[in-house]
Design a protein around this ligand. Sequence first.
Ligand SMILES: Nc1nc2c(ncn2[C@@H]2O[C@H](COP(=O)(O)OP(=O)(O)OP(=O)(O)O)[C@@H](O)[C@H]2O)c(=O)[nH]1
Ligand SMILES: [Mg+2]
Length: 384
Amino acid sequence: MAGGATPQARERGDSHRGSLGMGPGMGIESAQRTGNQSFLESFSFARPKVLVVGCGGAGGNSVHRLHRLGIHGARTVVVNTDAVHLDSIQADRKLLIGAGVTRGMGAGGRPEIGERCAEISETELRNQIGDADLTFITVGLGGGTGTGVAPHVAELAQAAGSVVITLATTPFRAERGRMTNARAGIQRLRDRTDSLILLDNNRLLDLVPNLPVEQAFAVMDHLIGEVIKGITESITVPSLINLDFSDVRTILQSGGTSTVFYGENAEDDTRRVVSDTLDNPLLEVDYRGANGALIHISAGPGLRLRTAHEVVEGLTAAMRPDANVIFGVRVDPKYNGILRVLAIMTGVRSPMVESVRESVSVADVVSDRSDPLAKDFPRPDRRR
Ligand SMILES: Nc1nc2c(ncn2[C@@H]2O[C@H](COP(=O)(O)OP(=O)(O)OP(=O)(O)O)[C@@H](O)[C@H]2O)c(=O)[nH]1
Ligand SMILES: [Mg+2]
């Protein structure tokens, strides 16, 4: 396991804001407790504030999924221009933006409309973002609301001092024109988030080709939920997995494109666990030379250290020799005899991301269309 110091102890010593010791504990340089007294109780500031913001229909769906999984230590907010969709999902807070522009009917696949709505509702967005230390943004790139709003939310969160991790899906090839929107979104998000984790919906065609569409989306949303829950609870629930906010931040900020790998196989066949995982990236990437990895292994009780180490060694063999790797193990009897791996790799090379031209922007997308905010704004696609 990485580190050794408790998350809370390290967090006090190293925060992106210089010190999380704002408020009640400020000015305390050291403290003593007897063996069974808690430091955490007197240092309420020591747990990072985590916020999850779902933008648009797909982003909202993954937050809804996260709620159903249950998450400890994070506040959830969903932002949309579509009132019907907002009504259908669960989150701690739901924010309808740009109602005057879209009449609550969505942005009709036009990111410039989503962006305009975010600008109009900037104060409300800023209020929702608050003073989080870590902000996850979830979005399905390609539509109007999420693609237009997510970069705006990211910018506001960064300006408020938060570390921002965006989990974004890219559209199916068959959605064609939506990829243009998605590219513009990627370009804008790249500059505004500390870490951009991309997941390609096309990978669902290999992973679960025969599932009904709703269920296939649910698989992606579930994985997104698991990644957020995994990272959040590893830093907010003491001793569940020995990661801390500083570790997570260091790895995720190490730059470049990131994606998620997922694999599962028998505990006694670590080679297959490794190959299963490396063969299942959620974005087509070249992971050779990757510069960071956060690896979560779920296993039954009694997992031997050597077994876990073999898996991590196999997964990271092709990474840079100086790559920053942290792994955590979650023990759960339901995984008896099975190893399940969820790994985020940073600094991977993706042909899709590299093809995003510097010149592509939302402005370019808009320039193809006449008056983007015309009164006769088309009825939105009601799919979501
Ligand atoms: N993972 C996942 N992806 C989805 C889901 N629904 C749609 N998508 C993908 O996300 C992209 C954006 O769709 P939406 O999120 O519905 O669009 P939006 O951001 O609400 O934008 P507008 O509806 O145009 O206002 C689509 O092109 C799909 O590729 C979902 O439930 N889960
Ligand atoms: Mg929508």
